[in-house]
Write a protein that binds this ligand. Structure first.
Ligand code: NAP
Length: 468
């Protein structure tokens, strides 16, 4: 894929970039290694000061940064501004909490025959982040803020269609005062990821993106015995039970499906509704989808802009056509509008069956499928009948049902009476083919740290029971 900014609202190629040469890449890797050797010894106070300065820059320059994201991948301007604000908040969160998260802990010294024993968290080195275009700033910041606060240094290989946002990130960290090369953007194609990951100076990798990209990176990292975090695709269920507030559930359902023009890994994609409320919910949901304004993403009134790439739009269209050909019913949308750019409208389908591709495949666009079920067991069966396990949503006011959904939904995250979202305070990640490891919260911070065991004794040998 060419490294270029192409406006999804018009199809116009705005700016193209050359990938780094081999020599330039080698130079970047060495600089990253050298930066780590000194940066790892900086204080939490210094790191927090720089991180807060990044947050201040994001706040001060929110409008042009948001406009750049909208230009590169078609996100609506209001969503883009919200994303910039979320990144600033994430930076401040880790600036405030990193020292506590990295503090380590003492272990009962007597139990291990020591004078003192403790675990200390340490950074591990340059971490490669292979990132997607859909939340071009937030995806990269939710890696970078905890990683840098822990004392690691970052190497960002961003998606090839958001090069300017990627370069802007490097610039922000530099302007905020972080030492040179602590955060670098590598303008490289996906074909160069292997070289970076196999380099002995690179300690670990995190990838957010599609399953095939995750498989490739995990295989190489496994071969090199390097830790990875994978955040891959999702096809989140959104279950609605009779006790739910249907009006609110339908409004949230429309947002959950169409946020980011339908291109979110944690977008609710499969709507599973109890038969007693199915007719009413379908009507409310359809109305909420019809009310969304499709149009120019730079316009503040727009709710749904174009899809980020032409091939992404074509994939969505194919999945919808496949379902229609096999007998699904279109309740809303279902037809590409006749206008330039890669638009696809909010769409609702009923009668989706297992032989249709979208039953099992992720639809990365504003297309919802609605299933009607007789009871909670049947809802769980459809919800869990997927290779994915990222987020999940259940709407019910019955505490016993809430408990069952929390226990039995096979997903990394369960949101009851709401929609899946990411917060710096909550671990984020999936199970099954949605990936492994966690981002955010303390768990996310520790993914790229070493838990070093320190035992301080008085020179005695352990008993044979404790050797090895
Ligand atoms: P993608 O094609 O996998 O691209 C993601 C990143 O991986 C890009 O930087 C891409 O580089 C790189 N890449 C692609 N193939 C690679 C390979 N074989 N080896 C190494 N790197 C490779 O995914 P996408 O289409 O941009 O994003 C959509 C997918 O991401 C969806 O499945 C979505 O659900 C998932 N996603 C998951 C999360 C989560 O947190 N779980 C969040 C957002 C998105 P190039 O751009 O240069 O190809």
């Amino acid at each position: 894929m060419a490294i270029a900014t192409t406006n999804p609202a018009t199809g116009e190629v705005v700016k193209t970039f050359e990938a780094l040469t081999d020599a330039e890449l080698e130079d970047r890797l060495e600089r990253s290694h050298q930066a780590f050797l000194t940066y790892r010894h900086t204080s939490f106070t210094d790191r927090a000061g720089w991180m807060r300065a990044v947050a201040d820059l994001l706040d001060a320059e929110a409008q042009p940064i948001a406009e750049l994201m909208t230009l590169e991948m078609g996100k609506t301007i209001k969503a883009a501004k919200a994303e910039v604000g979320k990144c600033a908040a994430g930076c401040r969160y880790y600036a405030e909490h990193a020292e506590r998260m990295m503090a380590g802990h003492d272990v009962d010294a007597g139990a291990v025959k020591a004078e003192r024993a403790y675990v200390r968290w340490e950074p591990i080195g340059p971490v490669l982040a292979v990132m997607p275009w859909n939340f071009p700033l937030w995806q990269a910041f939710r890696f970078a803020a905890p990683a840098l606060m822990a004392g690691n240094v970052g190497l960002l290989k961003h998606a090839s269609n958001v090069p300017q946002t990627a370069l802007l990130m490097e610039e922000l960290f530099r302007r905020a005062g972080f030492p040179d090369d602590v955060f670098q953007t590598l303008l490289i194609g996906s074909g160069s990821v292997e070289r970076v990951l196999r380099d002995r100076r690179v300690a670990a990798a995190t990838l957010t993106g599609s399953g095939p990209a995750g498989q490739s990176v995990a295989a190489i990292a496994g071969d090199e015995i390097k830790p990875t975090v994978l955040e891959l695709g999702g096809s989140d269920p959104f279950v609605v039970m009779p006790s739910a507030d249907l009006e609110r559930a339908a409004q949230v359902a429309a947002t959950a499906r169409c946020q980011n023009n339908g291109q979110s890994c944690i977008a609710a994609k499969r709507f599973i509704v109890h038969t007693d409320v199915a007719e009413r919910f379908e009507q409310l949901f359809a109305d909420a989808l019809r009310a969304l304004v499709l149009g120019d993403p730079t316009d503040d009134a727009t709710d749904v802009g174009p899809l980020a790439t032409e091939s992404g739009r074509d994939d969505v269209e194919e999945l919808v056509q496949d379902a229609i050909d096999k007998g699904a019913t279109v309740v809303v949308g279902g037809e590409r509008p006749d206008r330039p750019g890669w638009y696809y409208p909010p769409t609702l389908l009923t009668g989706v069956t297992k032989d249709m591709r979208m039953f099992y495949e992720e639809v990365f666009g504003p297309v919802a499928q609605l299933h009607v079920v007789p009871d909670l067991d049947a809802a769980l069966e459809i919800a869990n009948d997927t290779e994915f396990g990222l987020g999940s949503n259940a709407w019910t006011d019955d505490p016993a049902e809430q408990e069952r959904f929390a226990r039995e939904l096979q997903a990394g995250m369960v949101f009851i009476n709401g929609m899946t979202a990411s917060y710096p305070e909550l671990p984020f990640g999936g199970i099954k083919t949605s990936g492994y490891g966690r981002e955010l919260a303390e768990l996310g911070m520790h993914e790229f740290c070493s838990a070093k065991t320190v035992w301080v004794g008085a020179g005695q040998a352990p008993s044979t029971a404790h050797v090895e």
